[in-house]
Design a protein around this ligand. Structure first.
Ligand code: SAH
Length: 476
């Protein structure tokens, strides 16, 4: 974050706007909405500003800017069309450590103004860090459409019960109580304008929750985080990530996905790289049990789908054995996500009527699975965890009957901006992959469908040399 977002209390405090045109008028309006005492310094004023001054709502000084005008101001906005004047305002304000904003001139600003969605007392501010105000406004327009206008009422309703809830519900359960209220039928009643019914329902919930003094019940959500691109998360994954007290994640989870977890959720990295297990599987299982027993809502975040080469089954077996409630949220597995973004359909009427997902992890230097029945024509083979074993795998597939000319592809960090696709045949792919210095995680796809990649590739980011969209190099 290039800027630190804060909400500033300017109620009844003096703020200065320099400039008397249309832009200055808009800024004056915004400051007034927050209850500031506004002074405008400008030789000429817009009609609106004149009217406000006549009505005694703002103070006007019909002069060009001088440093003395800064006076008592706790905030300054420069909106003149003379850059030299703007520079002077900025320099003088900064000298006095008064926060200053110069409209459309980020270099001169010590603070920038966000795009605002106002559902007072609920306010949402969006900033692009000065890089693209238009983008911030577009975002605002999108959010406006799905945040009901009545959310302000909901915030007021919550405010009126805040003290009571604080007194009667123990701290560990308070957030859960409010989430239940603000996402459940009570909120719907407020949004529908049925305040009396909402009040009764909230009081009932308060009475029953206040009498419950046991430890809150923890729960574990085994969540599939998809192959890396946050756009590919499910709504359910996002919702649960937003409610988590703790997120337990490993190296296949991309930072962009992790970023979407609740901001103040504790994050625990349990690693798992090939040959260097940061935390043993049994310890991870125990950790989940312990956190849930402490009453936490735990998101166990995994790359792809938790039930596809994800050991998800083992983790929830332990939970079940301890009687801990859990839910499983499917994710887009690497095979489907990565093949889509690489432009390789897994099945095709002309080339492949079936598709298998296998692990390419070698055991004692040799292939860990029986390739009989896997290596056959008209079947696409998707190999997870195969980078290290690629030469052996290609050789074995040929030994089991596939032609050396069978098309094959390897995709690095599919669906992310580090995606790289290398295509060849079972004969050439190992060398091509080595030359391309592929970075894990990588997925290997073998079969005639790989030929279509030429025509169907649609996602072509330009990976940064040495860059990675994953927490650490991954298990390949
Ligand atoms: N549960 C995960 C798979 C875990 S095994 C899923 O459903 O996708 C880890 C392997 O998944 C990696 O070694 C790699 O082969 C594959 N993989 C996961 N994400 C990938 C990505 N973005 N690009 C390429 N391969 C990926």
């Amino acid at each position: 974050m290039d800027f630190f977002p804060v909400f500033f209390d300017i109620k009844n405090k003096p703020c200065l706007v320099v400039g008397g045109g249309e832009v200055a008028t808009r800024k004056v309006g915004m400051l007034m909405q927050s209850g500031s005492r506004v002074t405008v310094v400008a030789p000429a004023l817009s009609d609106t500003l004149k009217a406000l001054a006549d009505a005694g709502k703002i103070t006007c000084v019909a002069e060009t800017f001088r440093p003395e005008h800064l006076g008592e101001a706790i905030l300054v906005i420069a909106a003149t069309d003379d850059r030299a004047v703007n520079v002077r305002i900025s320099e003088n304000a900064k000298k006095l450590r008064i926060p200053v904003n110069v409209v459309d001139d980020p270099e001169l600003c010590s603070f920038i103004m966000p795009s605002v969605i106002d559902r007072s007392p609920l306010v949402i501010a969006i900033s692009s860090g000065g890089t693209s105000p238009v983008l911030a406004r577009v975002m605002r327009a999108k959010l406006e459409t799905f945040i009901p206008a009545a959310y302000g009422r909901l915030a007021q309703f919550a405010a009126s019960f805040r003290d009571q809830v604080k007194q009667r519900i123990q701290p560990a359960k308070r957030r859960i109580f409010w989430e239940k209220i603000l996402q459940g039928p009570v909120a719907e009643m407020v949004l529908a304008g049925h305040d009396k019914a909402a009040k009764d329902a909230l009081e009932q919930a308060l009475a029953s929750d206040a009498s419950d003094t046991g430890t809150p019940r923890g729960e574990v959500y085994l969540v599939g985080g998809g192959p890396g691109n946050p756009d590919l998360l499910t709504f359910r994954a996002l919702r649960l990530m937003q409610q988590a007290d703790v997120v337990v994640y490993d190296n296949l989870v991309s930072p962009a996905v992790l970023e979407l977890a609740r901001r103040d959720a504790e994050r625990i990295y349990v690693g798992k790289e090939r040959a260097r297990h940061t935390m043993r599987q049994e310890n991870i299982n125990e950790l989940l049990v312990r956190l849930a027993q402490e009453g936490k809502r735990v998101v166990r975040l995994k790359g792809g789908d938790p039930f596809v080469f994800g050991r998800g089954g083992e983790e929830i077996e332990t939970l079940a054995a301890h009687g801990i409630p859990f839910q499983v949220v499917p994710g887009i597995t690497a095979a489907t996500g990565v093949s889509s973004y690489a432009g390789i359909p897994l099945t095709h009427r002309d080339y492949a009527q079936s598709c298998v997902f296998v692990t390419g992890h070698l055991k004692d230097g040799s292939v860990n699975i029986d390739l009989t029945g896997i290596a056959k024509s008209n079947q696409t083979i998707v190999i997870y965890m195969g980078l290290m074993g690629l030469p052996t795998l290609c050789k074995e597939l040929v030994a089991h009957g596939l032609a050396v000319t069978t098309p094959a592809a390897i995709v690095q960090q599919g669906t992310t901006y580090q995606q790289k696709v290398v295509t060849g045949t079972l004969a050439t792919l190992p060398e091509l992959a080595a030359n391309a210095k592929m970075k894990p995680p990588t997925l290997i796809i073998v079969g005639e469908v790989v030929k279509l990649q030429d025509k169907l590739a649609w996602f072509k980011p330009e990976p940064i040399e040495g860059g990675s969209d994953f927490v650490q190099t991954s298990s390949d």
